[in-house]
Design a protein around this ligand. Structure first.
Ligand code: PYC
Length: 309
């Protein structure tokens, strides 16, 4: 029987499933080619690791590969129920504590390749990790979007390793009890964005929607968010790439000083500590958070199973 070994963890409530053994052998000689090969030739691998009946839509998967570019300790491809991600902050924190538990990542700082660029990962303890993320920036500020069923809203288009549409004039209560309404609301925004001409750099689809609001308590955090990911699942963590995109906007608006700590709370109440410096007008964010192992498992693929893949 074919098997795939995985280790699951959660970062601020958002799960990461790291594939340890049993992934398809790839011919790729670059990380971009590896993602293309996975997408075009092995997409059943992504679906079978993440989706029912072995997983659930809220999982983010991570495939750790040997580094393609010298100077990096490893390369990682992140994927979810719908697609492959550029970078994943909560996922990278999960990967780091997983590799540490397996004895393949030591306490200290390591450069790791992602499709969005190399990031610097510092493993402080068995559970605490900081990520120096890719350069983050705002592409467009305060863009008006007509959303059927909602009306006119405004948002910033920003990059933090994935493309985000960040909305503050949403009028929504960012609390767990309201998640069904928040999913419906943000799915509508996503659909309106797709139909519009608004895009990221090089025509990239803006596939993450971030609603920004006040924290549950100023003593706990500076802001709370709700992030809809591609695949219509929402991030239970404060979203590392979404926090990076937010920092870029805050710095540009003068609402945050370089180096000032920003505590980003998620819809579930978990918090990332973040800060950023600025280089050539772009933010260099550092995101810190905790992750914990939740399972070691072997996924089984019975050849007699009609739902094998
Ligand atoms: O933490 O960057 C993140 C992330 C992206 C999608 C889910 N989590």
């Amino acid at each position: 029987m074919q098997t795939i070994d995985v280790i699951d963890s959660h970062t601020g409530g958002e799960p990461t499933r790291v594939v340890m053994r049993g992934a398809p052998a790839l011919r790729a000689t670059s990380l971009a080619d590896a993602v293309r090969e996975l997408r075009e030739e092995h997409d059943d691998f992504r679906r079978s690791v993440i989706n029912e009946p072995r997983g659930s839509e809220i999982l983010v998967g991570a495939l750790v590969l040997p580094a393609f570019e010298s100077g990096n300790a490893a390369a990682v491809v992140f994927f979810n129920n719908a697609t492959y991600l550029g970078m994943c902050g909560h996922g990278m924190i999960g990967v780091a504590i997983t590799l540490a538990a397996e004895g393949t990542l030591e306490i200290g700082t390591h450069s790791i390749e992602t499709p969005a660029g190399s990031v610097s990962v510092t493993l402080h303890t068995a559970n605490r990790v900081s990520i120096d993320n890719v350069e983050s920036f705002r592409l467009q500020k305060n863009v008006k979007l007509e959303v059927p069923g909602i009306g006119a809203i405004h948002g910033d288009i920003a990059w933090g390793g994935n493309w985000f549409f960040l909305v503050t004039d949403h009028g929504q209560l960012l609390v767990s009890e309201n998640v069904d309404a928040l999913v419906t609301f943000t799915v509508r925004i996503r659909a309106a964005l797709d139909k519009s001409t608004l895009r990221g750099t090089d025509g990239a689809v803006i596939d993450h929607i971030e609603l920004c609001g006040p924290p549950s308590a100023p003593a706990l955090a500076d802001s709370r968010n709700f992030v809809l990911c591609p695949g219509k699942e929402y991030d239970r963590s404060p979203c590392g790439t979404g926090t990076s995109a937010r920092l870029a906007c805050l710095l540009e608006d003068g609402e945050l000083e370089p180096g000032q700590v920003w505590r980003q709370e998620s819809i579930t109440g978990s918090v990332f500590e973040a800060k950023a410096t600025v280089r050539n007008g772009r933010a260099l964010p550092t995101i810190s958070g905790d992750a914990y192992l939740t399972a070691r498992a072997t996924l089984l693929y019975d050849p007699r199973d009609p739902l094998k893949l």
